[in-house]
Design a protein. Structure first.
Length: 263
């Protein structure tokens, strides 16, 4: 299937590893030029080099912290300076720490708000005018299954990712007439560094091993396994493609059936 992505320009957050890297690899294989964002310069440069080598694509690194508005603005300007425009935005940042409400501080809430919501608002505000002018654009927010079915111990993610869902659903209606789609993709338990870190955190609190936590998750998933990053990236690539031009305002899970709700 030709996704119609050749020569499109994509800005991808959290792209040095995990889900973000998997999406970057998939879009590069489809012919996209990429601006990849992450905080760790060494890992980001290694990722960009690997994607260039495997696909021959145009890939530039943009080091920065997406929870800082000035960094977001600089990253956007670097991308436009190099490629002239941004057609596709994939928002993705690391998840906030686990914890119960009474264990979390106002600083924890502020950091989570800036990382999960403010970063989305800042990036969208910058790319939207160009998308409207060209009457084509794709905005895809990587959120979490926690936005649809709360996960115990993840009150920060449960709360703020739900706000991203409301924002995206409303924005989708506001800009649909310009040929711009806005969707959310909800990863479930996937074999990434972030999920391994969460397993270790929960294991330490419960006095068990990380393998016990992973086994517990697998038992909750109808497919009885964690997801693979390439499975997630396949849907992401479709949602930002020309072929998905009539899909907007949706929140779609890639979770092996973990979410039990009807909608």
């Amino acid at each position: 299937m030709d996704l119609g992505l050749k020569d499109k320009v994509a800005l991808i957050g959290g792209a040095s590893q995990g889900l973000g890297r998997a999406v970057a690899e998939e879009l590069a294989a489809e012919g996209c030029s990429l601006i990849l964002c992450a905080r760790n310069e060494k890992i980001l440069n290694e990722t960009c080099d690997a994607i260039r080598e495997s696909t021959g694509g145009h890939v530039i690194p943009a080091v920065g912290n997406l929870s800082i508005t000035a960094d977001v603005e600089r990253i956007y300007e670097e991308g436009v300076e190099r490629f002239g425009q941004i057609d596709i935005l994939v928002t993705n940042t690391g998840g906030p720490p686990a914890g119960r409400f009474e264990d979390l501080t106002p600083v924890n809430w502020e950091d989570a708000h800036r990382g999960l919501l403010t970063s989305v608002l800042d990036l969208t505000r910058l790319v939207l005018p160009g998308m409207k002018e060209r009457r084509w654009g794709r905005i895809l927010n990587v959120t979490s299954i926690a936005a649809k079915q709360p996960v115990d111990g993840l009150i920060l993610s449960n709360s703020i990712r739900a706000a991203v869902t409301g924002f995206a659903r409303t924005l989708a209606n506001e800009i649909a007439e310009y040929g711009i789609t806005v969707n959310n993709i909800l990863p479930g338990y996937t074999a990434t560094e972030r999920v391994e870190e969460l397993a270790q955190t929960l294991a330490a609190k419960e006095g068990v091993g990380p393998a016990d936590i992973r086994t517990r998750w697998e038992e909750q998933i109808p497919m009885k396994r964690l997801g693979r990053t390439e499975e997630f990236a396949a849907l992401a690539a479709f949602l930002v493609s020309e072929r998905a031009s009539y899909i907007t305002g949706s929140s779609i899970a890639v979770d092996g059936g973990w979410i039990r709700s009807l909608f």
